[in-house]
Unconditional design. Structure first.
Ligand code: ADP
Ligand code: MG
Length: 693
């Protein structure tokens, strides 16, 4: 038996209960323990003079107790002052026992470890770790940095440290068990230590390793493991791509007269970028392998028409198409657009969402099953069990970043014919920088629409405090007087959609009163879809001047005459989301404005972030800067189910590693393919996270 695969319960001091708790952290085997790396370290390798302490500093100090007292004022606490000749510091305990009274007798020497903070009476340490020592010369330091592990309820650092120590011993005795998956030449090129060494270093750093180097990620052991972890993610996604090539897919040949007829009927000519991306798609669909292509393009770059062209390709070949949008509103807009674009073609277009009920729903399901419906547009309801297709040849997913990796992968399964898969086109408005895209979309080929349709004016963005609300309201009046339209977007920090909708309702009322000549409409997520649709249509046809909305209008909504957007509390949203929202204006040839009306006071980071948005209209630039400022969790959307989770890697710190990963991944597949599953297994576990079943 592979000793690394033995259950944790085999280790000394681990009973059923502890094993259970470790299981909650995903730690079932000895190998899992080895890959459970510290999330930070404590430095108890040297004693700091108390006089050198500053607020915020975490340190080990030794001192003699000067006095001890229980303060009844405010929250009752035990305080104890210690000094070492260079200075004094207060220890404070809010939870304490009578026993501690005797321990901290004046004159006693203690050694304490904690973060120092500035209290009412100078520097203090709250609930420090402490031990009584014999005197100022007692040996109190550790030789190495102390690892601090992620824990779960009922598990202590001590228990997990002991368990990991044993795991390290197992692999110390059998080093071959932790054999490297990376070729030796590669390790040499990058200057990385072996896997066993790297693991050892991170659990028990030697004297040469400092806390600072571990934090900024410059320790080679850390770099190596971060690299390997990122590589494992890339390998897993690209194995999916490789596996998918065993599937067959229908061949779509382009039909020149149909294509010409379609393009001539459009009110505009395609941009060069749109033509290039369409050519890439056409080439994919000529193959009998399923296309898996991501189209990235900034808001307003014209992705929808590319989707429509692809749909036409599939339908001309006699196959059905499913187009999925993240919101009802966006799906309905696509329905209208596609109905217009395909009006001159013999094509049956239907709609299906969670709101479709009863006979209407039955009719759509029937049409999809018997093949009379050629194109169905809808929300994720499209991919529920009950939906059966006659011959689905193409799946299009719009605004894919709203769906997680898992959902994206699940959709590939929707085809009845054995051995066949539909082609897949996913579209996203670039919420993530290129480097991240390489990793997150390793299972996809990527096309980029890097050009906006001609004649667009850049959106002028202003950052304004909400104290100037009256001015903003006056501005709307003036704007509407010029026959233009505007959006007012309400956001709330709470996740509660109900509260967000209430806020929008109130705002709409207040604005309607303040602006008697202005026709005010309201859309929010809790309205019936028919009501939302009616309001959106009225706004589109300019029967309304001002549309008050929640962030439901974030994606896709297209009303070129609406050139002014006010976003309330923009500091609460991610930059990519704000950029998406702002993309609702600036869709026509006229000038357009976005006013970011924040609640004072604004934090320094928030000020910088809004500044980025003010200074750039480029989704790529915004995503890159947001990444630097806030880290990838925010950029990729932590709330997304599909966002990648890492043990060691930190995409902000380790972004420079990603560039090399695609090459190394390729190299492993060709040179040492058997290392691929081993690597994925070590880092991602054997459970197939992105199951293809
Ligand atoms: P997004 O990429 O954000 O989904 P859309 O597909 O909604 O963008 O397109 C934005 C607007 O630009 C729509 O009104 C669309 O009709 C228009 N549009 C798309 N392509 C062109 C083009 N080549 N020339 C002019 N307008 C275009
Ligand atoms: Mg769109």
């Amino acid at each position: 038996m592979n000793l690394l695969k033995q259950p944790v319960i085999n280790l000394n001091g681990i009973g059923a209960q502890t094993a259970n708790r470790l299981g909650k952290l995903g730690l079932r085997t000895v190998q899992d323990l080895l890959f459970h790396l510290p999330h930070r370290y404590e430095d108890r390798t040297r004693v700091s003079p108390i006089g050198m302490l500053t607020a915020g500093m975490t340190a080990l100090v030794c001192g003699q107790v000067d006095f001890i007292d229980v303060l009844p004022r405010g929250r009752k606490s035990l305080v104890c002052k210690i000094s070492d000749g260079t200075g004094a510091v207060m220890l404070r305990f809010f939870h304490f026992t009578a026993n501690q009274h005797t321990i901290f007798k004046p004159g006693t020497w203690v050694c304490v470890f904690a973060e120092t903070r500035l209290g009412m009476a100078g520097l203090e340490m709250v609930h420090p770790d402490y031990t009584v020592i014999s005197g100022p010369d007692a040996a109190v330091t550790d030789a190495r940095l102390t690892p601090v592990y992620p824990l779960t309820e009922g598990l202590s650092q001590n228990v997990i440290r002991k368990a990991i120590k044993q795991a390290l011993q197992v692999c110390g005795q059998h080093p071959q068990l932790l054999a490297d998956c990376l070729p030796a030449s590669m390790l040499q090129d990058f200057g990385y230590p072996s896997l066993a060494e790297a693991i050892q270093t991170l659990h028990a750093p030697d004297e040469t390793v400092t806390v600072e180097a571990l934090q900024d990620g410059s320790v080679p052991a850390l770099k190596r493991l971060a690299f390997e972890e990122l590589l494992a993610h890339h390998l897993r996604l690209s194995s999916l791509k490789r596996q998918a090539s065993v599937w067959q897919a229908p061949i779509f040949q382009e039909d020149a007269p149909t294509a010409t007829h379609f393009l001539r009927s459009l009110p505009f000519a395609l941009t060069g970028a749109q033509q290039r991306v369409i050519a890439e798609i056409v080439a994919d669909c000529k193959q009998n392998k399923p296309m898996m292509r991501l189209v990235q393009g900034d808001v307003g770059s014209g992705k929808t028409i590319v989707a429509a062209y692809t749909a036409l390709l599939a339908m001309t070949a006699g196959y059905q198409v499913a187009l999925m949008a993240p919101t009802e509103l966006l799906a309905e807009q696509h329905l209208r657009n596609f109905s217009v674009w395909f009006a001159g073609f013999d094509v049956q277009v239907s709609f299906l969402s969670g709101q479709s009920k009863g006979r209407i729903r039955q009719a759509v399901l029937q049409g999809l099953a018997d093949g009379t419906v050629n194109l169905v547009i809808g929300t994720h309801a499209l991919f529920q069990e009950a939906v059966q297709f006659h011959n689905l040849g193409l799946v299009i997913i719009d605004e894919q970043h709203r769906f997680g990796v898992h959902q994206r992968l699940a959709l590939r399964e929707k085809n009845q014919q054995a051995g066949m898969r539909p082609h897949q086109l996913v579209m996203t408005a670039t919420p993530i920088p290129r480097t991240l895209a390489m990793l997150q979309y390793a299972d996809l080929d990527v096309s980029v629409i890097d050009e906006l349709p001609p004649g667009r004016q850049p959106i002028v963005t202003r950052v304004i405090p909400s104290e100037r609300r009256a001015e903003v309201v006056a501005r709307i009046n003036e704007w509407v007087g010029k026959r233009r339209q505007a959006y007012w977007v309400c956001t709330l920090i709470e996740e509660s959609e109900t509260l967000q909708c209430q806020a929008a309702e109130q705002t709409a009322e207040v604005l309607a009163q303040a602006l008697p000549g202005v026709r005010v409409g309201l859309v929010h997520g809790r309205m019936k879809s028919s009501e939302k649709d009616a309001v959106m249509q009225a706004f589109k046809q300019h029967q309304l001047d001002l549309l008050v909305a929640t962030t439901v209008i974030e994606v896709g909504v297209d009303v070129p005459n609406a050139g002014l957007m006010i976003i309330e509390n923009p500091e609460r949203l991610g930059l990519s989301q704000l950029h998406q929202l702002r993309g609702r204006v600036g869709r026509g040839k006229d000038d357009s404005y976005c006013l970011l009306m924040y609640q004072s006071p604004l934090s320094e980071t928030a000020r910088q972030r809004l500044g980025i948005l003010r200074d750039s209209n480029d989704g790529f630039v915004i995503a890159e800067k947001d990444l630097q400022l806030r880290g990838p969790g925010e950029v990729m959307g932590t709330r997304q189910t599909g966002a990648m989770q890492f043990k060691v890697a930190d995409l902000r710190r380790d972004a420079d590693l990603i560039a090399a990963i695609a090459n190394v991944s390729e190299q492993l597949f060709t040179e040492t393919p058997d290392a691929v599953p081993r690597l994925c297994d070590r880092w991602l576990g054997t459970e197939t996270l992105y199951a293809e079943v």
